[in-house]
Design a protein around this ligand. Structure first.
Ligand SMILES: NC(=O)c1ccc[n+]([C@@H]2O[C@H](COP(=O)([O-])OP(=O)(O)OC[C@H]3O[C@@H](n4cnc5c(N)ncnc54)[C@H](O)[C@@H]3O)[C@@H](O)[C@H]2O)c1
Length: 390
């Protein structure tokens, strides 16, 4: 019997992943209580698929929060809506809020979200789910025990833009190194086309180096080379460890049908497998790190419940850790804008990439705005942030 109800705001792809995650927490402590989405098809499809009654489906998320008074709130909307929705949810004082990554579009918003949660006594989780992978947690233990010696650098190379994809890998690097403070960032961005990602100006490519308080560095290669993608390479004084992800074939995982799914089944996320291999002074070649698999998202939800019930105080994905990722990303952009190394804490509260675009400091070579994620939008809209959006 569920002790809590969660209310999901924005019922697109990732909301389905959250719904399965709650359903996957042992003992089912949290039931799917209500949903809000501006699009009627999203409300109907998601509601029918996950068994949320019609009178619990809302077009206006504030009305849902006021009427349902949920224990948990899941913010599953696009980046530009995270801050507004988290702050609105926090004002209604649920026990905890799970908000999708990236935490916000700039550092000012991230700070406002933390302030709103703190002043209302609300716990905030930022859903960078991958550190919850079983094998990745086991690998962190090996790093702690010195399996690859002293960590010198974590390298990442995802092909997407910084906020959308390498944000995951920055979070992974900080997790693997036990959350060291970042001291400085130096970075460069290339933006020759007028691409936006979920309505926000995005770079075509970026390069960054982050200096950490423990002496290690993080090397961010954004859309420059292909390699591990969602994962990273950890270079130690006595070895190397590589993190990667894969998932079973689509015909072996739950389908979203009959829900709208232009990018395929969302359960790829729930069934994702985090893999690790390493080579160290004491190994005879590469060794795989093995751990019994579970859904990383369900583990994240379990930790939210454990946090609310006082069993843990430092969940892997607590809000401040999402903010640390946000600060590094914004510092990389600020370094590109100021053409110098940026020392943290970062004082700039706006998004420096957006500022450079607005100020004409990054003139595009090939004009014409396009939305990188347009294929997941419904109807006539090309972005949830343009006229014609529902
Ligand atoms: N952690 C991960 O691995 C991961 C993976 C994919 C997406 N995400 C994140 O999830 C977020 C959502 O992405 P998505 O791919 O699920 O988007 P999506 O386009 O599939 O869904 C967005 C939904 O928001 C709804 N919406 C728009 N405006 C709204 C409003 N004002 N009130 C309520 N609903 C509204 C839309 O109708 C749509 O149903 C993004 O921030 C993205 O970064 C995270």
């Amino acid at each position: 019997m569920a002790r809590y109800r969660t209310a999901i705001i924005a019922c697109g792809t990732i909301a389905r992943v959250h719904a399965r995650a709650w359903q996957g927490v042992p003992g089912n402590p949290v039931e799917l209580g209500a949903l809000a989405d501006t699009h009627p098809d999203a409300r109907r499809e998601f509601g029918e698929f996950f068994g949320i009654p019609e009178d619990k489906r809302y077009a206006d998320f504030r009305q849902m929060l006021d009427t349902e008074k949920p224990d948990f709130v899941d913010v599953c909307s696009w980046h530009q809506q995270h801050a507004e929705m988290v702050i609105a949810a926090a004002a209604r004082r649920p026990k905890a809020i799970l908000c999708q990554k990236p935490m916000a579009v700039d550092l000012g918003e991230a700070d406002a979200m933390l302030t709103a949660c703190e002043r209302n006594g609300v716990k905030l989780v930022i859903a960078y789910q991958r550190p919850h992978h079983a094998a990745w947690l086991a690998a962190r233990e090996l790093i702690r025990k010195g399996a690859i010696g002293k960590v010198l650098q974590v390298q990442m190379d995802d092909g997407g833009n910084l906020l959308n994809t390498n944000s995951h890998n920055i979070r992974l690097a900080l997790f693997l190194l036990d959350e060291p403070p970042a001291e400085w960032v130096i970075g460069a961005v290339e933006r020759t086309t007028d691409g936006v990602e979920r309505g926000l100006p995005a770079e075509d490519a970026c390069l960054g180096l982050v200096g950490l308080g423990n002496g290690a560095t993080i090397l961010i290669q954004g859309n420059l080379v292909s390699g591990l993608g969602q994962g990273c390479r950890v270079i130690g004084s006595d070895g190397i460890m590589e993190f990667d992800t894969r998932h079973p074939p689509d015909d072996q995982i739950p389908s979203d049908a009959p829900m709208y799914m232009p990018e395929g089944p969302s359960a790829r996320y729930n069934t994702e497998i985090g893999t690790v291999r390493y080579i160290g002074r004491d190994t005879n070649g590469w060794v795989s790190v093995e751990a019994p698999w579970y859904d990383a998202w369900a583990h994240q939800c379990q930790e939210a419940v454990d946090w609310v019930e006082g069993r843990i105080t430092q969940p892997i994905s607590r809000g401040e850790r999402g903010r640390a990722v946000q600060e590094i990303m914004m510092a990389l952009y600020e370094s590109a804008r100021k053409k110098q190394r940026v020392y943290l804490p970062l004082k700039t509260k706006v998004n420096p990439l957006r500022l450079m675009v607005e100020d004409g400091d990054l003139p595009v070579e090939w004009p014409g705005t396009y939305e990188r994620r347009a294929r997941i939008v419904r109807g006539e809209a090309m972005s949830w942030h343009t006229p014609g959006s529902p």
